[in-house]
Ligand binder design. Sequence first.
Ligand SMILES: NC(=O)c1ccc[n+]([C@@H]2O[C@H](COP(=O)([O-])OP(=O)(O)OC[C@H]3O[C@@H](n4cnc5c(N)ncnc54)[C@H](O)[C@@H]3O)[C@@H](O)[C@H]2O)c1
Length: 271
Amino acid sequence: MSIRFDGKAAIVTGGASGIGATTAELFCELGARVAVLDRDAEKGYKTVASLTAAGHAASFHACDVGDLTSVQSAVDQAAREHGAIHTLAHCAGIQRYGTVLTTELDTWHETLRVHVDGCMFSMRAVLPYLIAARGGSIVVVGSVQSVMAVAASAAYVTAKHALLGLVRSAALDFARSQVRVNCVMPGAIDTPMLRFAASLAPNPETVLEACRRAHPLGRIGQPIDVARAIAFLASDWASFVTGTALAVDGGMLVPLGGADFQDSGTGSVGQ
Ligand SMILES: NC(=O)c1ccc[n+]([C@@H]2O[C@H](COP(=O)([O-])OP(=O)(O)OC[C@H]3O[C@@H](n4cnc5c(N)ncnc54)[C@H](O)[C@@H]3O)[C@@H](O)[C@H]2O)c1
């Protein structure tokens, strides 16, 4: 028996790009009907066109997940089109930088709106359908920054920490409805978001090299690494898993110590 989603309909927010687009494709390959929700309509229609061209059942619904009316109407439309909803993979997100002193207030509010309101509103719109289907699953894309911080990322780190609280609350509140709610926490993954972040540095390759070194497995993650973890948590293979956070980070969260401690700290003497 392998992971299959035959007869199931899944919503993937942020499905136009990166981790979301790869998750939408994997869900399709595993038999699901997939509704892609994203605010980037051009990329969203393109992603869905390539899925339907490959013979999959997929649809695109433009929305801003941080606007309840917008996400509600997209989810209702998706449910009408696919007959039901059994799964939500919430991948929509943005990356913004700044400390408590340097983050513009607009940036602060927008980051929290997209991530925290966006996750809450997506769950709120989808949950009645999961309950009506007598159960289902939600997988939220957090980050290693849901449990740790990197410099000058106050809004993003705060938002990603908040998502873990939301996942745990919803897992508890909807367990009796047989809705499982889990989180994946990616390390650095090679998507347009990471490439954009690297492009802000004078030498992007230095940033990418630091990302490689931060993962004990010695490489940057690929979207499929995360999509597979999402598919596992969304599937019946994770039937007794709820309220958990699965790091998909090449071991990034394992080592003890700050920058370069592994190379020059106490453990290095035994190598
Ligand atoms: N790439 C990484 O290194 C990394 C690491 C950890 C976590 N993540 C998280 O993974 C998720 C996906 O990121 P990605 O790397 O694939 O980025 P990406 O930029 O490739 O994709 C993000 C998608 O979200 C959509 N989106 C953004 N704001 C939206 C809104 N308000 N409403 C609807 N759609 C919106 C974008 O249009 C885009 O299609 C994000 O939550 C991100 O924070 C990424």
